[in-house]
Design a protein around this ligand. Structure first.
Ligand SMILES: C[S@@+](CC[C@H](N)C(=O)[O-])C[C@H]1O[C@@H](n2cnc3c(N)ncnc32)[C@H](O)[C@@H]1O
Length: 283
């Protein structure tokens, strides 16, 4: 869940202070994560109280103190109010996820995208999720489709520990298969030519892994859900830029492909966008 922080604080902060606030915040289970600029740090408690007043089930409030970064895609968090816990239970599309928001990547803002992919899955598909985190895409797909197996890889041992727990929590043993390690090595060693569909939810780096994703697709054909971050000025279309980049790579490799569908998943900053491109490849 996300909400409008400025609306919540109207009358409690000066208009000039409100103007410097980031509008949205995330609620993950009983934890709220907000972005407050350093200049407003003396108002942390007022902001946290307003949030907890509005969302009675929220037990702790954290300030996101850095952008998401590093191989594991983590962010620095500063405790502001309530319980000092970073682990919570989060519900999405009828599934339950145990998440440690400090030690694992997690974003509730991808809920629509996860269901969009789940809806595209056909009967008995074999799927490889190259960057599975705590298992949100994999488990939602398993719950809402008749996919046979979803191999779910992640490099972060804490994320994989949560993935294992979430598989049990959602009764997905034998359908969602956790694999700890580096995606391209695991695909190379164990998952060549097996997949009907490959997910690449690591927009910062997915481009570097296209070759691995292709090698996981079965001998006939399959889908690759490719994600990227793209910058676009006013007259530019971020989707066109990503499509051009992907097409160039696939053409160079002489792969038969169709860029069947694409969308802006979300805006991530001024002129920055997260883009999804669904690629159908024929071998
Ligand atoms: C942006 S997060 C996405 C997680 C999950 N799909 C989600 O939406 O919640 C990317 C994940 O990829 C993992 N990762 C990064 N590089 C990796 C690699 N080379 N092989 C496997 N996992 C990797 C990180 O640990 C992180 O959990």
């Amino acid at each position: 869940m996300k909400g409008d922080l400025k609306a919540l604080l109207e009358g409690k902060l000066l208009p000039i202070e409100l103007a410097s606030l980031c509008k949205s915040y995330d609620i993950i289970g009983d934890i709220a994560v907000i972005r407050i600029p350093e200049t407003l740090s003396s108002h942390n408690n007022i902001i946290a109280e307003a949030l907890m007043q509005q969302h009675k089930h929220v037990k702790s409030v954290w300030r996101q103190a850095s952008p998401v970064s590093g191989v594991f895609r983590l962010r620095d968090l500063e405790w502001i109010a309530g319980e000092k816990q970073t682990t919570t239970l989060y519900k999405e599309h009828g599934c339950l996820f145990k998440v440690d928001i400090k030690e694992c990547y997690f974003s509730p803002r991808l809920a629509y995208e996860r269901m969009r992919i789940a809806n595209a899955v056909r009967n008995k598909e074999v799927i490889v999720n190259m960057f599975a985190g705590v298992g949100a895409y994999s488990i939602i797909i398993a719950r809402h489709s008749t996919a046979a197996k979803i191999y779910s890889i992640d490099l972060n041992p804490v994320a994989v520990e949560h993935l294992r727990e979430n598989i049990l929590l959602n009764k997905m043993i034998n359908r969602v298969i956790p694999m700890e390690g580096e995606a391209s090595s695991i695909i190379h060693q164990k998952l060549q030519n097996i997949a009907d569909r490959v997910l690449m939810p690591l927009p910062e780096k997915a481009y570097e892994y296209i070759e691995s994703a292709l090698s996981a697709i079965n001998q006939q054909s399959g889908w690759i859900h490719y994600y990227d971050f793209e910058h676009a000025r006013k007259h530019e279309d971020p989707i066109d830029k990503v499509k051009a980049k992907v097409s160039h790579t696939l053409q160079r490799r002489k792969i038969k492909f169709e860029l069947a569908h694409n969308r802006v998943v979300r805006q991530t900053g001024p002129n920055w966008y997260q883009i999804a491109v669904d690629i159908h490849v024929t071998k």
